[in-house]
Every structure is written in structure tokens, then in C-alpha cells.
Design a protein around this ligand. Structure first.
Ligand code: FAD
Length: 403
């Protein structure tokens, strides 16, 4: 039995690792388009960009790990085509390799600024190589424009500010972190950035970004303003890498569609991580998440399905973001909430926002409140009955409500 994994990120590595842990003895081949062994992306916009973490520390597992487990890793090799009838994949090196089970773990790529797809000099933050290019370009630069006020743009703004640059963030929606956190939390982060000297422009999109003859760029905003900066970083979301799956006739819709077992519309093909739009049994409908937790959990589910230990994907989603000394930790999905309560004092910079839907706790976002976050994961996982008043009462630790 041969398993071929397309993609060498968190999800691809986890499929291979989990397969071996579950006793799979067949061939495992992992194709990775990048020249690096699977590595962690979160530090790219944080400590690695700052220069506070060595590149070697990004690598998730050393070469020996793969050798010891007979995982055949083909770096710098892109899968260009799959033939699901013949059950073969074709690589950009011209190699054709057969599979019994195939896994897409192709991740996602940064969405380019519309109309600027070919423009040179604009930066993205997705890969180690992106950070090398950005760091090289940072030499002697004083200002940065971050287009997009989501996690990547804000983390980059924080890091570049720490490095001494004057940062401006432009967000098209009425507030930063749109659709990601409650308005009061977005406002807290906006103020934190402004206190560090970052200019945050909300409700305006950057359309034309032109290179200035004397260096740097000028972006025209939809509200008529012009913003100039030495460096421009685009962080306006990602596009799931699903084109090869789509071309092969697999069902795709803003990602490769999978069921709760990670299976695509072809019974021999699975998908996990940022590229997959899947079912998490604790939620209705399909969800595509971009997080390490999701990549790892869904990959483990896929490995189980391949070895015949079917277990539906039910894990509670969680995520984190570091901006300056603020550690945001999110447990559960807050979408569809109709009430929030603040636990703790926002002024103290250590608090949590608890999200309720029809009186039921659905998510907790914690800032510098690790104990709340740890308890939140357990409370939400167990579906504990807890009221907004109980959540707001800081005299009782959240962990006391864990059954
Ligand atoms: C800057 C940054 C900061 C982040 N911070 C956080 C954080 O704080 N917390 C958190 O939970 N998550 C964070 N994330 C998100 C998290 O890193 C991703 O959700 C996770 O890496 C997804 O893993 P993946 O394996 O699905 O995809 P990827 O990590 O995208 O890996 C997919 C790999 O497949 C390769 N590939 C694609 N197509 C092919 C092909 N045809 N052939 C061969 N190889 C191919 C790609 O080149 C890529 O290397 C961050 C992401 C970024 C970019």
C-alpha cells in the first residue's frame, strides 16, 4: 500500500507521522514544493521576522525523523497533476508515481492585491523565503505599509515597530481583525498599536500601489488619502491551493471539500489543513480554518481514516496571535455570537472576552490570561453550562466550573 502526500507543511508532516504511529507499514512519499523540511509558520511574522529566532528552530522535525520512519521526503518538488483514475501523481521533475491513497495537504498562498499580481517589490509573509526577502529589503528602511488588518498584518506591524520602523496598517473593513474578534477586542488591539506609534486606517481599502521614482511606494486609498512607505506588505488573506484537486475533478468550494473523516469526493483521496473545507462535527456546515491546531487535528483524522481507524473530526478549534507583549489565545469559534461579556479588566491588559449564542458559551478569547484560556478549552470541549454572569465573575476561576 502506498500513500502519497502532496504538501510539506504542518498537515503533510502530521499525516505521515500519524500513519507511522498508527502502525502503517506501507510506503509514504511526501512531496514538498519548498526547499525546506516542514517548518512552523507562526514565528514568520513574529520572532523570526524580528531576528529573535534562528531559522533552524523553525524546522518541525530533523532529517533523521523522516529517515527513521521511512518517510520519503522530496523537497523542492511540486506535484503538478493527478490522475485519479490511474491513481498516479505527476511532478514538475517529470516523475510519475503511483498511489493507493492520496492526501492533499497543499495549504494556501497569499492573496495578491487585485491589479498588482505581477508587481515587483511588494512583500508577502507566508514562507521562510518571503521573510528572507523582506529582511533583506528592510535594510535602511524607515516606514512600512501593511495592507490588511488581520492577524498577519497586525503581527507584522508589531514586529516591524519593534524593529524601529514607522508602521501604517490599512484595513478595508470598519475595524481591524474583521469577523475574527468582538468589536471591543478589535478596539483594544487598535489602541495597543496606536500607543506604539502605529497608524491604523480603518474602512479604507488600498487600490493603486505605485513605486515612487525616488524609492518606496505610494498607495491610493478608497477614501482619497495617499499613504507612502518604504516597504509594502500585503496581508489580505489567502487562497487555498486547490487547483490541482479541482483539475482532477474533485469537489471544491473555497477549498477541497472533505467530510468529517477528511475524505474528498474520491474515496482514495483525502485533504487536510488550510487547503481543506471540511466538517467538524461540533459545528454545522463546512468550515475552512487556517491554524496549526486544525492542520494537525485534521491530518490525524485523515491518517486514521487511511488505516481504517475512522474517527470523525470533532476537536475544539483554538488559535493564538502574539502582538508586542499581548498574547491573544482563542478557544472555540465565535461566529454567530449574540452576546459578549468581559471577564477581568481590559485596562489591566489581562482579560478574556466570552462569546455566547442563545445563552450558550461558544468561544473565549483571552489576552494575557493563560489560565482562562486553558480552562476555556476544557469548558467548551465539554459543553459546560455556564452563564454570562459566572463568566464575568473573576472571583471564581473558570477552572472551577469544569465538571
Ligand atoms: C505568518 C503566519 C503566521 C501564522 N500564525 C499562526 C498562529 O499564530 N497560530 C496558528 O494557529 N496558526 C498560524 N498561522 C497559520 C498556520 O501556520 C497554518 O494554518 C498552517 O501552517 C497550515 O498548515 P498546512 O500544512 O495546511 O499548510 P502550509 O503550511 O501552507 O503547507 C503547505 C505546503 O504545501 C506546499 N505545496 C502546495 N502545493 C504543492 C504541490 N502541488 N506540490 C508540492 N507541495 C505543494 C506548499 O508550498 C507548502 O509548503 C500562521 C500562518 C502564517 C503564514
Amino acid at each position: 500500500m502506498a500513500v502519497v502526500i502532496v504538501g510539506g507543511g504542518n498537515a503533510g508532516l502530521q499525516v505521515a507521522d500519524s500513519l507511522r504511529r498508527k502502525g502503517f507499514e506501507g510506503d509514504i512519499t511526501l512531496f514538498a514544493e519548498e526547499a525546506h523540511l516542514p517548518y512552523q509558520r507562526p514565528p514568520l511574522s513574529k520572532k523570526f521576522l524580528e531576528g529573535a529566532l534562528a531559522e533552524a528552530r523553525l524546522t518541525l522535525r530533523p532529517e533523521k525523523f523522516y529517515a527513521d520512519r521511512a518517510i520519503d521526503v522530496r523537497l523542492d518538488t511540486k506535484v503538478t497533476h493527478i490522475d485519479k483514475d490511474a491513481k498516479t501523481v505527476l511532478t514538475d521533475a517529470g516523475e510519475s508515481i503511483a498511489y493507493d491513497q492520496l492526501v492533499f495537504a497543499t495549504g494556501a498562498r497569499p492573496r495578491p492585491l487585485p491589479g498588482h499580481e505581477q508587481q515587483k517589490g511588494l512583500h508577502f509573509i507566508r514562507t521562510i523565503d518571503d521573510i528572507h526577502a523582506l529582511k533583506e529589503d528592510l535594510q535602511g528602511k524607515k516606514s512600512a505599509l501593511l495592507i490588511g488588518g488581520g492577524f498577519i498584518g497586525l503581527e507584522a506591524a508589531a514586529t516591524l515597530t519593534t524593529l524601529g520602523l514607522k508602521a501604517t496598517v490599512v484595513e478595508a473593513m470598519p475595524s481591524i481583525m474583521p469577523g475574527l474578534v468582538a468589536p471591543e477586542l478589535a478596539e483594544f488591539f487598535r489602541k495597543a498599536h496606536e500607543a506604539k506609534g502605529v497608524t491604523i486606517i480603518e474602512g479604507a481599502s488600498a487600490s493603486n500601489v505605485d513605486a515612487n521614482p525616488s524609492g518606496g511606494f505610494t498607495a491610493m486609498l478608497s477614501d482619497g488619502r495617499a499613504v507612502s512607505a518604504d516597504i509594502v506588505v500585503i496581508g489580505i488573506g489567502v487562497i487555498p491551493n486547490s487547483e490541482i484537486a479541482e483539475a482532477a475533478g474533485l469537489a471544491c468550494e473555497r477549498g477541497i471539500l472533505v467530510d468529517e473523516f477528511g475524505a474528498t469526493s474520491d474515496p482514495s483521496v483525502y485533504a487536510a489543513g488550510d487547503c481543506a473545507t471540511g466538517v467538524i462535527t461540533r459545528y454545522e456546515g463546512r468550515t475552512r480554518l487556517e491554524s496549526v491546531q486544525n492542520a494537525v487535528s485534521q491530518a490525524a483524522v485523515v491518517a486514521g481514516s487511511i488505516v481504517g481507524e475512522k474517527a470523525a473530526y470533532a476537536d475544539l478549534p483554538w488559535f493564538w496571535s502574539d502582538q508586542y507583549d499581548l498574547k491573544l489565545q482563542m478557544a472555540g469559534l465565535s461566529r454567530g455570537y449574540d452576546q459578549t461579556v468581559v471577564r477581568g479588566d481590559m485596562e489591566s491588559r489581562s482579560f478574556s472576552i466570552c462569546y455566547f449564542k442563545s445563552g450558550v458559551l461558544i468561544a473565549i478569547d483571552s489576552v494575557n490570561a493563560i489560565k482562562d484560556h486553558m480552562a476555556a478549552k476544557k469548558l467548551l470541549d465539554a459543553g459546560t453550562d455556564i452563564t454570562p454572569e459566572q463568566c464575568a465573575d473573576t472571583d471564581t476561576p473558570l477552572k472551577d466550573y469544569i465538571a
